[in-house]
Design a protein around this ligand. Structure first.
Ligand code: G3I
Length: 362
């Protein structure tokens, strides 16, 4: 008899009645988190789940802290959208994964003008000092630089890169570190999960050069956006994490969603999605330097996918009516099994932060 993955996992672990973050911590992760966007803040049923720290131990503002929201006009900073989400973390005790300082997207047009190296350096310094300074002490981590590389391994021709070359990355990390020495500083990107493509190799080289220039990069965030049935395997993801962990102290899955490429879907596709989610969370559990998993919102109601990929979607752990999907049950059961098996011992202590220059691995 062929049992669906959720049934197998439930049979092994018993019904998953506990919530994801509680189970994740029992299994030795630091958190299981979610992104939250401002339009969802008025939805009481949504917020009841989002604010439940047993369900989600960490929250990431999906848009509120981005450049277009924090400094739409040069020198005029505004924090309303970011604060609305940061304040939830203050109230609930959830961790705040701050996102994101330097990205080519959602950038106001004034940043895209042709600037000299010195001008861009001053623009980056002012932005990072101001935004990181505003949130100082509140951010468990910052996604300092987001998506600097192309899939072919070349540097993305962003306004920052055009003005400063790859030095913009070093400068951003150094400035963030001095503005909030307690935040863990991440490089965050997509398509760096499946070992080992051109982008992963180039990202590794870029990080080595940034670290050797004396800038602190504490973590690599693998976003984890993928498609049902085409996601990287646990083995591929573990291999990738092992490579990045040669350079940095920690890695995390920072924006996980696994979308169906055609809708509507049936039970078989939902079971495949459950298996794909289990591979991601399993890869993290089996990698001691992987500190947590964040989903890029937990309900299809607020997923970015249909806006960006019309006809695709249902990528999240909860459906648009806030019902838990098979993927939720399977992830919960996996975490419960890992906790019972003591896979990683008890909850991990915070890893030491890397500040020195790394030794070049052979
Ligand atoms: O703010 C305007 C609003 O004024 C306007 O009325 C509305 C009409 O469409 O658009 C609003 O802007 C939207 C913005 O989200 C805020 O809701 C943009 O159109 C929309 O494109 C934007 O999408 C965001 C996307 O980043 C932009 O690339 C998604 O919500 C957000 O989830 C997504 O997140 C990114 C991560 O930051 C980095 N990694 C990839 C991930 C998915 O793209």
């Amino acid at each position: 008899m062929h049992l669906p993955v959720s049934a197998v996992l439930l049979a092994v672990a018993g019904p998953a009645t506990c919530q994801l973050n509680k189970l994740a911590k029992e299994a030795g992760l630091e958190y299981f988190g979610t992104a939250i966007d401002n339009p969802s803040l008025n939805n009481q049923n949504y917020m009841r789940i989002a604010r439940d720290s047993d369900e989600f131990g960490s929250i990431t503002p999906a848009n509120g802290q981005k450049w277009s929201n924090t400094q739409a006009s040069q020198g005029r900073f505004s924090y309303g959208s970011g604060d609305a989400i940061a304040n939830i973390a203050k109230e609930t005790g959830q961790l705040l994964r701050c996102h994101t300082l330097v990205w080519h997207n959602q950038l106001p047009s004034w940043v895209s003008s042709a600037y000299s190296r010195d001008q861009m350096e001053r623009i980056l310094t002012a932005h990072i000092q101001n935004v990181v300074g505003h949130y100082k002490g509140q951010c468990y981590s910052w996604d300092v630089v987001n998506e600097a590389m192309n899939d072919d391994g070349s540097f993305r021709q962003s306004p920052m890169y055009r003005a400063m070359g790859e030095d913009f990355i070093t400068h951003s990390f150094l400035t963030a570190a001095s503005a909030d020495p307690s935040a863990r500083l991440y490089y965050n990107d997509f398509n760096i999960e499946r070992c080992c493509n051109a982008k992963i190799n180039a990202t590794w080289d870029m990080l080595l050069s940034v670290l050797n220039a004396g800038a602190p990069v504490h973590g690599v965030g693998m976003q984890g956006h993928s498609r049902v049935g085409k996601s990287p395997s646990k083995r591929e993801m573990k291999e990738t994490m092992a490579r990045f962990l040669q350079l940095v102290n920690e890695v995390a899955f920072t924006e996980v969603d696994i979308r169906h490429t055609s809708l509507p879907v049936g039970e078989a596709e939902r079971e495949q999605q459950a298996r794909d989610y289990v591979e991601v969370v399993g890869a993290c559990l089996e990698t001691p330097g992987c500190v947590g998993v964040t989903v890029w919102d937990f309900t299809d109601q607020y997923s970015w996918i249909p806006g960006q990929y019309p006809g695709e979607g249902e990528a999240c752990l909860f459906d648009r009516n806030l019902n838990r999907k098979p993927a939720y049950s399977s992830v919960a059961s996996l975490l419960q099994s890992a906790a019972s098996a003591g896979l990683r011992g008890s909850a991990t202590a915070a890893p030491a932060v890397v500040t020195g220059t790394p030794t070049m691995p052979e």
